[in-house]
Design a protein around this ligand. Structure first.
Ligand code: CA
Length: 230
């Protein structure tokens, strides 16, 4: 059974989501504020988090950032929930690494469909064999990346970007291809979203970020192993 953590301070919204997700066969955890959300995420490792932005104590953006810094929770996909007109738009949400985004008022049906889609995308059968690129080792089976043996906390988005590049090692991947591969067709995403995540991914890879090169005007490429880094 997959577990959904609902983070929402408005009781009626949280309860209606919880009720319907349980009816769909999910186990449900509920948090009414940001701090409780972090406790539950770290302690219970849900499969997905529905995260409202406007929360008391610690807002949704900070909750999301904190989760994504932590090795134990970085891999949990987040669907962000915002109210119409809130300062954070869809693109900011995507740049923060949210897997998807819903705007209030939403239909419960829509949230359930999106939850299911993100979980399905995340559960695609992983290739068992690890892939390598220089000092970078990526194990899709347990969603782990190591650089020179040290584990690196990547968000779901960063992981999928890196995986795409490493599986196409030596070949240029355009931003459009990366958007398709990482976010799926549901996002008519923008090129700068790819660049933002790539920048963050590179900073996490340290010296090994040299293995990922920018191909001006096109996209990105992971160097093949026999190529020397400049
Ligand atoms: Ca709220």
């Amino acid at each position: 059974m997959q577990t959904v953590l609902i983070v929402e301070d408005e009781d009626d919204i949280r309860e209606v989501l919880a009720f319907n997700l349980k009816r769909e066969g999910y186990a449900v955890l509920e948090a009414g504020d940001g701090r409780r959300a972090l406790e539950l995420a770290a302690g219970k490792k849900p499969d997905i988090i529905l995260l409202d932005l406007m929360l008391p104590a610690l807002d949704g953006l900070n909750v999301g950032k904190t989760l994504q810094r932590d090795l134990g929770t970085a891999g949990i996909p987040i669907i962000m929930i915002t109210a119409k007109g809130e300062e954070v738009d869809r693109i900011v949400g995507l740049e923060l690494g949210a897997a998807d985004y819903v705007v209030k008022p939403f239909s419960v049906r829509e949230v359930i469909l999106r939850t299911r889609a993100v979980l399905r995308r995340n559960a695609l059968p992983a290739e068992a064999a690890p892939v390598f690129c220089g000092d970078i080792r990526l194990d899709a089976a347990d969603h782990a990346v190591r650089v020179a043996g040290a584990p690196v906390a990547l968000t779901v988005t960063e992981f999928r970007l890196l995986e795409d590049l490493m599986r196409h090692k030596g070949r240029v991947r355009s931003r459009a291809q990366l958007l398709d591969s990482v976010w799926g067709f549901s996002f008519e995403g923008y090129a700068r979203t790819v660049d933002t995540h790539m920048r963050r991914l590179r900073s996490k890879l340290g010296d090994s970020s040299e293995r990922i090169e920018t191909v001006r005007g096109v996209g990105y490429r992971a160097r093949a192993d026999e190529e020397a880094c400049p």
